[in-house]
Design a protein around this ligand. Structure first.
Ligand SMILES: [Zn+2]
Length: 84
């Protein structure tokens, strides 16, 4: 195999251990719940899920589960600007 590819594979292995290098800005996923499958979206730091619970609470078990799985790779919401 090409030696430049081998060094890239080595680098990829190191990078894959350093999830904080990755900043997910948006993605779409399907989530298999216990009863139904839901489309979940993440865009500009905001979650969206099509399940009924999310509509009223703006959060649900699906978005919270994905938050846990992807935690350190999700775009950080900027801290609210200080007004003082
Ligand atoms: Zn949901």
């Amino acid at each position: 195999m090409d030696s430049s590819i081998i060094s890239k594979i080595e680098k990829a292995k190191q990078y894959s251990e350093q999830k904080d290098r990755v900043n997910i800005t948006s993605f779409a996923a399907t989530f298999q719940g216990n009863h139904n499958q839901y489309d979940v979206h993440f865009e500009n730091g905001a979650w969206r899920c099509e399940c009924r619970f999310f509509v009223t609470k703006k959060v649900c078990s699906h978005t919270m589960a994905l938050q846990r799985i992807l935690d350190e790779m999700l775009t950080r919401q900027p801290e609210p600007a200080s007004t003082s």
